[in-house]
Every structure is written in C-alpha cells, then in structure tokens.
Design a protein around this ligand. Structure first.
Ligand SMILES: [Zn+2]
Length: 236
C-alpha cells in the first residue's frame, strides 16, 4: 500500500491523502487550502492525480479544510462515491454550498474593484457545482464495514463536530488509522473520541498538539466575560 500526502502537511489545511494498492485508489479527505494567499493559491494547482482512476473518496468530517475541495473534483469529472457519516453529509450540504457562494461573491468583488492580476476573476467553484456534487455522497454508520475492491474501512467517533470520524483502513495485510480532527475527552456536547485499535500506521492530526487546553470551565468563562461586557456597557 502506498500513501501520498497531497495536503495537510507543513500546514494545517488542504488535507488529502491518496491511498493506493495494486488494484484500488482512494482519497482520504478532500480539503481546501485556507488562510494565507500563498496557501489558497495551491487550490488552483492541478493535483498529481488522474481523477478518472480514483475509486472513491472517504471523508473524516465536514470542515472545509477536509471536504471543501470536493466540488473541484466533481467539476473535473470525478463521479465516484464519497463515503462519510450521514451527519457529515448533512453538514457538507450547507458548508460546500456556502463555500461556492462565497467564492462567487469574492470573484464578483475582485472584478468590480479590479483587484488582482486577472481581467475576469473566476471562483474556484460555484454554488451550483457544490450542490451538484452532493449526489456522490454515500452515508456510512460508525462501525459499519465497507469494502472498495481490496480496501476495507470503517468509521469510528472522533468527537470534534457532528459526524466527525477517524477512518480505520485495511489493505494488503496492513491497518492504517487516519485520526481526522480529534475532539476533547470532556466536551459538553460531543461524545469523547473512541480509542483507536492496534494499527500498523497512524496519521494523527496535531494542529494543537503543542498546546494544553486550559482547565477552566468554558461555560463559566463565557458567562463571566459576557457579564463584564454588559457591565462596561452599563446594561447590568
Ligand atoms: Zn475539523
């Protein structure tokens, strides 16, 4: 099994991992590069990948740095299945359409104010393309085994946001874990992330890996900040 990193390395956005066996090719996550302009420009560079030979896309969760490049794949002709949890599908329906809408608005703004080097700036994709690509989604429950030729995978809860999953993928006698974004063990809304099984290789999200969460109760902190603001404004 070969794994090629097409994003999400040396930066925290654009997550895309190409997994290839002798027979099958899947993309794990399909994220937009976001943030600085030099990063966003990477969204316009062609991927070293023949979309026609891609068998499927697997999504860990709906945040755009993991899902927001899907309409580009669709626009370039990818019509294979996109496997993910049903809550991720529902969130993507909102987030991808909104992303397309914002990109159309940005392009109109740049054209109106003649910003940038392009005479007629174009969006990376439009709202219509983002809506159309939703037809590719196939929903999967946590723990459900799915086979794509010689690759098997299942999703397990990762906390973080609704539907967020780690992907446990097995092929050619190896088991690989893609953690996706991992939530807190004591979140007030989300279940804690489920511990990962024994793996041959783990690809671990580490954006905040060098920081400690404060021990303060976020609900109480918010209430105190809100009360202080209201006092300053003379409302209590
Ligand atoms: Zn996320």
């Amino acid at each position: 099994m070969n794994i090629t990193f097409l994003g999400g390395t040396e930066t925290v956005t654009g997550s895309k991992y190409l997994v290839e066996t002798g027979k099958t090719r899947v993309l794990v996550d399909c994220g937009l590069f976001q943030g600085f302009k030099w990063l966003r420009e990477r969204n316009w560079q062609p991927l070293p990948l023949d979309f026609a030979s891609l068998d499927a896309v697997l999504l860990t969760h709906a945040h755009l740095d993991h899902s927001g490049y899907l309409p580009v794949l669709y626009h370039q002709g990818f019509r294979g299945p996109v496997y993910t949890h049903h809550a991720t599908r529902d969130l993507c329906r909102i987030l991808l359409a909104d992303s397309g809408h914002l990109q159309e608005e940005d392009a109109r703004f740049y054209a109106k104010h003649r910003i940038g080097r392009h005479r007629s700036p174009a969006p990376l994709y439009d709202r219509r393309t983002a809506e159309d690509c939703m037809a590719l989604f196939r929903t999967v429950d946590f723990g459900e085994d799915v086979s794509i030729a010689d690759i098997r995978f299942h999703l397990q809860p990762a906390g973080h946001i609704l539907g967020a999953a780690s992907i446990i993928l097995e092929a050619e006698g190896r088991r690989v874990g893609f953690s996706g974004d991992v939530g807190r063990p004591d979140d007030i809304f989300m279940q804690p992330p489920q511990p990962l099984p024994e793996l041959d290789l783990l690809l671990l999200e580490s954006t905040y890996g060098n920081r400690r969460h404060p021990d303060t109760d976020p609900g109480r902190s918010w209430l105190m900040r809100s009360t202080a603001r209201r006092r300053r404004a003379g409302r209590c």
